[in-house]
Ligand binder design. Structure first.
Ligand code: 13P
Length: 336
């Protein structure tokens, strides 16, 4: 099986009424953790790399690692997605490198920091849609601005500063032709999302439901969707870490989102926490060890556990073999 189109994976998720986790990677162990979790739970997967990950790992390493994953796990449909592309050139280079899906985040200017105008967002996203669809590649757009900063990308504002306007979302989809739409409903990237368990005041699920009612056929994307579980925070702090008390997006809120059109759920921080906790534990308990495998193996296992749990909670488990993946050429013909 080759890398597959995200559009097809999300269309199938919509038919089946489930969500698909999109997990960030920048190295081999993270890809291995996701693929093992996918095999165990029989899940289709979306693996995503940000611009920061691309520069850390280099595209050719990432692409070849992804191709190895596809070769070793032929029963799993795998999407390789660019997270938060900041311009047409970045998305184009991802398509050329072999990514099967790209996000054009035109909610920010090319600096990845300054909130943009609606007109700018439509223009750059439309351009990416034309280029990507001609290659059978999926496009995710964003309207409204997420909170926080991830890998240097983000306005660094509160998650509530630029919520998605439902009517603007309808207009945006009509004018751009995106396959999936990321919306701002109060979430933010990173570990520090909420200072207490979120309520309807801080996490605007009502806004999401309103958008879904206006755009029932559009695949919605929830960014900043780590749950930042207390047990993962505790491991880090128990072994010398210094995380401040913090709350993420409760899984039951994500499940409510999935009932209301959310098909892609972005998770990075939870895996970072799991990896760091596992490594700290080995360092603290067995300081004489120095073979990287002694801590990378438990780190990989800890991430696999988190990913498998999310795959079950999002409902994608059991769906890997439901459909025959299309080639990107076939998908390109359908876009025409
Ligand atoms: P978290 O920081 O909540 O894991 O969000 C990741 C994300 O949205 C990647 O785009």
């Amino acid at each position: 099986m080759a890398l597959v189109s995200m559009r097809q994976v999300l269309d199938e998720a919509a038919k089946g009424g489930y969500g698909v986790g999109a997990f960030n990677v920048n190295n081999m162990e993270q890809i291995q953790a996701i693929m093992e979790a996918a095999r165990e739970t029989k899940s289709p997967v979306i693996i995503q790399a940000s611009r920061g990950a691309r520069s850390y790992a280099q595209d050719r390493y990432l692409v070849h690692l992804m191709q190895a994953a596809v070769e070793l796990y032929p029963e799993i449909p795998v999407v390789m997605h660019l997270d938060h592309g900041n311009g047409v050139a970045t998305c184009k280079s991802a398509v050329e490198q072999g990514f099967t899906s790209v996000m054009m985040d035109g909610s920010l200017m090319e600096d990845g920091k300054t909130p943009s105008s609606f007109e700018y967002n439509v223009k750059v996203t439309r351009e990416v849609v034309e280029m990507a669809h001609a290659n059978g590649v999926t496009v995710e757009g964003e309207i409204g601005t997420l909170g926080g900063i991830e890998d240097g990308h983000g306005a660094g504002v509160s998650g509530l500063a630029h919520l998605t306007d439902p009517d603007q979302a309808v207009e945006f989809v009509k004018l751009t032709g995106v396959d999936a739409l990321a919306i701002a409903i109060g979430t933010s990237h990173g570990a520090y999302k909420f200072t207490s368990k979120p309520t309807g005041e801080t996490l605007k699920m009502d806004r999401l439901i309103e958008i879904h009612k206006k755009l029932p056929g559009v695949h919605l994307v929830m960014h900043g969707s780590s749950s930042v579980p207390k047990d993962l925070q505790d491991v880090i702090n128990q072994y010398g870490g210094k995380l401040r008390p913090t709350w993420g997006v409760p899984v039951e809120e994500i499940q409510l989102g999935i009932k209301n059109g959310v098909r892609k759920i972005n998770v990075d921080t939870d895996n970072r926490l799991a990896i760091t906790g596992a490594i700290r534990k080995v360092f603290a308990e067995t300081p004489e060890k120095f073979d990287p495998r002694d801590y990378m193996k438990p780190a990989r296992e800890a991430m696999k556990k988190v990913v498998a749990l999310r795959m079950n909670q999002f409902g994608q488990a059991g769906h890997a073999g439901d459909y025959q993946p299309l080639t990107l050429e076939e998908v390109a013909k359908r876009y025409k």
